[in-house]
Design a protein around this ligand. Sequence first.
Ligand code: ADP
Ligand code: MG
Length: 633
Amino acid sequence: MTEPNRIIQLDENTIGHIAAGEVVERPAQVVKELVENSIDAGARIITVDVERGGFDLMRILDDGSGIHEEDLPLSLDRHATSKLRSQEDLASIGTLGFRGEALASIGMVSKLTISSRPPGSEGRQIIMDNGNKGNIEPAGIAEGTCIEVAHIFTNQPARLSFQRRPATETSQIVDVVVSHAISHPEVGFRLTSDDKVILEVPAVEEMEDRLYDILGRQAGRMIEISSPPSDDAAPGEENWKGWISTPDITRGKGDDIHILINGRPVASQPFLQSIRRGYRTRLMQGRHPVAVLILELPADEVDVNVHPTKREVRLRHSWRVLERLERAIAYTLESTPTEPESSGGITGITSLASQPVEKRSVEKPAWAQMAQVSLTGDKPIEIKQTEKPRPVSVAESSQTTITGKEAIAPALSSSERELHRHAGFDAEDPESSEPLGPVINNLPAMEPLAQFADSYILVQADEELLLIDQHALHERVRYERLRHDESLWQAQKRISSVPLELDARQIARLEARIEDLTSMGFIIESSTEGYSISSAPALLSASELEPFVHDILLDMSEDGAPLETVEQRKDHLAFLNACRGAVKANERLNLPQMRRLLDDMRRIPNPWACVHGRPTAMRIPLNALDHHFGRHG
Ligand code: ADP
Ligand code: MG
């Protein structure tokens, strides 16, 4: 038996380090806390400068109220705040901060310099260097506050080793600034990263103007939400306002859904499901809309004191609030004009007379006509919801006579739809492509017997009957070919450059990761007209470029996305493209096409699985058939 370890009270310094671990996980979180402080101080303009993803330096400058000279040392103490006086105040918090922990925590893990000058006073500064507080010194500074955080985590090697790459951190910082810029249109923001201006939005009066500055032209296609009249009488004082995108503008992640609760940006995750439900069947699997949704409700119905970084809040009537949101979205989409020519434009911010002409140009809500729209926004994918009989197989001799008959695909399964979110492109003819390398697996020579349901190939392979999923196989074959054909990956100069519509956040990511894109074969140019792609990997067609770059920019916002190395990026591109050009289910193939697919099947490493890991074939051995029909013994 060992003696129990005795309990001691930790010293303040240790407690501070433990607390710092929660509040300051990464540079982007520091930026968030400091921007919130500036907003709380009533700043009209906030400038954020970061160097090397914030790891070298983060500087936040504001023109807010400043900090009283005598309070400077106190601002660095834990649980010291000007925003709360007593426990009662916790029930009705009107500021973004209130815990009094941020500056103290940041000062534990960096060299923190606070310079401040309240109106009519002298400038003063104080430094806290990895937990050591200095003295108050005079400082030359304009009215307001400047906070500098240098060399964060250099004294915390363990924490440093868990940090993301600077470029990733920069995108996170952009996200932080964007979400605050969206919640506070009355404040101007300027963000620079390594001396490059990444975001600059002036203070404006109307939220609509801010959205234009952040989302670019896409804002013109956002619809203002309204609640069904029946909700007026529903119990509860909560109220949703905001804008949602038409279903043709979507993102691969929910990152462009901004939720503000009483002016505080919060994590969108708890709201995503209700939002998707509000869209009914209009969104493709795995896609999310762009949305800015603003919830106003009495302060005592929301508890902001549940999370150290305040990204999460608790709502007293969360269920009711979510249902209201879903109803509002559904109602808004239903009452938006469905005929493109039937109205002068969609309701909402397109009607803003104050916008410059080019911002006001209203795109037709063509989406409204179709159930589903491909990523490029111009090629509808036929998804019939009505029951349609599966095609009936016919003998190969008569197959060739059926010409000119439009194939209408019946409903795809939802997982199929996800796989095909990039689809809408013509399938490649299996016979037209370059031959693969030598036979490398031990499949025998195979002979196609027939096609079943225009989806499966019946194949004789020695003593086995194979049922092959033509799409899965072709996808796999294409993947191998795309992956190993270097010429497809080389940058190809486009005859005319392809315009790229980007919002502020995408631009920021693009600017931060431009080298990565170049290494993938994309050359993106900016001019007064905006951004355009002048060069891209040969395998991407013009119409694929914009959606592709959008998705890559999204992936780049996180580490661990399948884009870490060039090799993985190529893999990812091959993966997506393999699916795009592959023959679909319900597509008639002739015998030579089937033969070619089967021949290719012998030249790929793992012929039994498609790129998504699903099986390509079902095997029925002859003796299993014999057994079934009682031919044994
Ligand atoms: P909190 O924001 O929860 O009060 P912080 O540690 O973030 O805690 O800040 C401590 C205090 O320092 C704030 O309550 C505020 O009085 C003061 N302060 C911090 N940043 C600023 C700023 N940019 N302008 C004015 N006062 C500030
Ligand atoms: Mg704070």
